[in-house]
Design a protein around this ligand. Structure first.
Ligand SMILES: Nc1ncnc2c1ncn2[C@@H]1O[C@H](COP(=O)(O)OP(=O)(O)O)[C@@H](O)[C@H]1O
Ligand SMILES: [Mg+2]
Length: 366
């Protein structure tokens, strides 16, 4: 649906140097995906998403979008090859206008027109599209129904809660029936329960309208809740990418592990360890081990089997089960107590059964 290839973008920093906001990003986003892009502040996420609808022009790189064609930037100059054609030409304002109508966008701070009513805000992108007043009214009411705000038609943004404002922004973004929605930290200014309701609205729009969504966020909980795939960004690069389940069950990069730990309850482990809690202090010959159970293995049975077979005590320090795209993923931290060779054999047995085994403390560190 959207293919990004070799996207680069640098800015002059006020100090005089240059900042590589995007340092060669390539991504492939499938039709109907809710594609998450996560990273800390400054990673380049907003710049990336703004390069999809050309609010920013990349310095270099190609953006191919189904239903439109291929945009290619060379040295900051933008070229366009319409879908189904083979000749490239300079991209014009009309090409960009058409693209932006087909790609909706929502923001952290909603960006509503404060002096306009809910109706006027949603009607705004429908102006100058050749529709009659009556058609515009019908469409606006339809959109407000879709986001469950029919009773707020004549309200002003200042009379709405944060969640309601974001619903207005979503209705406005969908006005021209785009196939793609870009969401830049759309839930970051909202309370957790409101976040939940906006995320479930986005998920239902994804299903109902076949909408492809790019979700920019710094919160792993958002990714976990609705995304199908995720890319992890750091310093202008994508450092890890995959299905949300795979990335959660076997994160490779340090930054990804940190994001995963923060939402899996394993974040507490860091506190326990650094606080030298006796619960997690591995005595000599004991090992503190993090076990990740994917959808193929059942936590409890394997732990007790390993314990019995190899005469090892496996006491559970922390345990948590997540549901990702309806598949369970279990995180269990155990203290393994027994003869070193027995512990090693028990851990091998767990590995062979499909459990990801990570020794956090082998008893020699503390
Ligand atoms: N218009 C701009 N001018 C100068 N620097 C910018 C501009 N936009 C972004 N940057 C810089 O580019 C980097 C990436 O920014 P951004 O894409 O906003 O990151 P994120 O959305 O992940 O927080 C940051 O170092 C930021 O300061
Ligand atoms: Mg940002």
């Amino acid at each position: 649906m959207i293919e990004l290839s070799g996207i680069r973008k640098s800015y002059q920093s006020p100090g005089g140097g240059t900042v590589k906001a995007l340092d060669g990003v390539s991504l492939n986003i499938g039709k109907g995906d809710i594609y998450g892009v996560i990273g800390y502040s400054g990673a380049g996420k907003s710049t990336l998403v703004r390069c999809v609808n050309f609010l920013e022009t990349p310095d270099e790189g190609r953006v191919t979008i189904d239903g439109f064609g291929a945009f290619e930037s060379r040295n900051g100059k933008l070229f366009f090859t319409p879908e189904g054609e083979s000749t490239q030409r300079a991209a014009g304002e009309a090409d960009l206008r058409r693209l932006r109508r087909g790609v909706g966008m929502i923001f952290q701070h909603f960006n509503l027109l404060d002096r306009s009513t809910v109706f006027e805000n949603v009607a705004y992108p429908l102006k100058h599209t050749g529709r009659s007043e009556a058609e515009i009214e019908k469409r606006v009411l339809e959109l407000l129904d879709l986001v469950e705000l029919s009773d707020k038609v004549d309200n002003y943004p200042s009379q709405l809660s944060g969640g309601q404002k974001q619903r207005v922004a979503i209705a406005r973004a969908l006005a021209n029936d785009p196939k793609i929605l870009l969401s830049d930290e759309a839930t970051s200014a909202l309370d957790p329960d409101v976040t939940e309701s906006i995320l479930s609205l986005l998920k239902s729009l994804n299903k109902k309208l076949g909408l492809t969504i790019i979700m920019i966020t710094h919160e792993m909980a958002v990714i976990k809740s609705i995304c199908t795939r995720v890319a992890v960004m750091e310093q202008g690069r994508v450092v890890e990418e995959g299905s949300v389940y795979d990335v959660f069950s076997s994160p490779r990069e340090v930054i990804t592990r940190r994001f995963v730990a923060a939402t899996s309850g394993l974040g507490n482990l860091g506190k326990l360890i650094s606080g030298k809690s006796p619960l997690v202090k591995a005595a000599p010959d004991n090992q503190l081990v993090n076990l990740t159970f994917g959808r193929e293995c059942v936590a409890e049975a394997l732990i007790s089997q390993a314990s019995r077979k190899f005469e090892v005590n496996l006491s559970i320090v922390l345990a948590n089960v997540d549901l990702l795209q309806d598949s369970p993923l279990g995180f269990t931290v155990v203290m393994a107590q027994g003869k070193p060779e027995n512990i090693a054999a028990a851990l091998d047995y767990l590995r062979a059964s499909g459990v990801r085994v990570e020794v956090i403390d082998d008893g020699r560190n503390l």
